[in-house]
Design a protein. Sequence first.
Length: 149
Amino acid sequence: MQLHDLAPAPGSLKKRKRVGRGPGSGRGKTATRGQDGQKSRSGGGKGAGFEGGQTPLARRLPKLPGFRAINRVVSVPVNVERLEVYFTDGDIVDGDTLVAKGIIKNNGLLVKVLGQGTLTKSLTVRVAGVSASARAKIVAAGGKVEAPC
């Protein structure tokens, strides 16, 4: 017995269906794909994510998470605890002095003073916005909040 004599047991293997090998094969011409249509073409069929003409899920969902309003107003938060550290009694807090002390980068930014921390110095605050808690702390320390807020 030699290597070329080896064969599987009779009936153990089924022959592979060879389609599109000419009319004599019994599976020529249409190659078992039927007559016409999308699935009979090369590369035919529906792609991954196809939902029968309905807009696919990947296109129904937003591209990026979240929502950002086009007319939003972004302000730089500055807490009263930072005013306590950087300013002395009787100082004026506005865009120019905040830039001079290095608290904000430039004077064109809208600044809102928030109420985190304590304030013991009497300051005059002239910024774009002041929260209610910050306003209460500034007034309680003897300071005042002026326009434009």
